[in-house]
Design a protein around this ligand. Sequence first.
Ligand code: NCD
Length: 407
Amino acid sequence: MKFAIRAGRVQGFLFTSAWWGWVYLGERVPGVVYCSMGKRIAGGGAGVVRGPGPGHGQGSGDGGALFARGHLLQLAGLSAKELRAILGRARVFAGHDADGSDDPKAWRERLRGKVVANLFFEDSTRTRVSFAVAAERLGAQVINLTSVGSSISKGETVADTALNVAAMGVDGIVMRHKSSGAPHLVVRTLAERAHSYDDAGRVCSVINAGDGRHEHPTQGLLDIYTIAERFDRLDGFDLSGLTVGIVGDIASSRVARSGIVGLGALGAKVVCIGPPTLVPRSIEAMGCTTTHDLDGVIGKLDAVNVLRIQFERHDGGGGGGEKMPGASNAVASVREYYEVYGLNSARLAKLRPGAIVMHPGPINRGVEMSSEAADSGQSMVLRQVRHGVAVRMAVLEMCLNASAQGR
Ligand code: NCD
């Protein structure tokens, strides 16, 4: 079986089959690049390009192999040990390490002389700035590229853009794209063409900053970090005994998929909550449970992670990335959605004492949560953002050093 992507310009249907382990991208394409199922990346050692496998979170699948090669494309396939290694390093960068032995003054030496290119083909505030801050704190130089103002707007594919950036000697590419699987395609292309842009055939690191509805691995990691901090699990990042609710637009959410996989691998129970149109029962195959009854379950949660309704990914929601609340086939009425699933003050009061409220941002106040919930003492929203820098420092350091070793 094959999947196809015309990277850079999405015109057709795309679908993330997280439970089967493959990313299907059906597109209308001139100049299409095909990736065969399970085919090894040329020059990529153990890396195999594919989506999350059925054994996600238990060390099966390919996330770990790709991570070892200096790429972080997904949490699926990373073992608990690998997740803990990243989170443990983030703990140092967050200033939460037990002995404080790592001197912050030396951090700027970690990636000195390296160049990180932020390739964001979809809008971003937190993730883009956070990666830039993280790279600069480690002494790397950061180049920012967006669709507007680059040759993407002239029809260049994301794979060609990445090849050209790599040919300039960039050490790491952080990329966000609206197509699920786009970073996997880039890794494959970079590996196949490595000898045409680098004398030694070296492949620069690729870090997924969110691909379509597939994964957002660093968001998953920073969410895990925030939960671990609040529940005193920074030693060992063992989340067993904790129940995390993810509320809202699970179907369109890469944050939810990384969360389900990562939290589950570290022992937390995950329950996905929302209306049937946004919470397909099939998501349970990733290792969570589902319910459509927020009020019935809210009192049992230790953490509630509220998601934005991603209208731009819905039928009738505007395919060009623009937000069109109210134009979605999946959410007939935003007001009714808020009545039934919005985190309002009444629901805030039903939370367990000590339970925390999270949101990856951007928040649509009055749609998925009230200002009272977003700004409450239980809200970890800004701590999530803060931890995002530490997590991304850990990921950049580990990925860029792993790829340098392989060079
Ligand atoms: C999310 C994203 O872009 O996937 N935000 C983020 O990265 N902080 C969630 C969203 O867009 O709703």
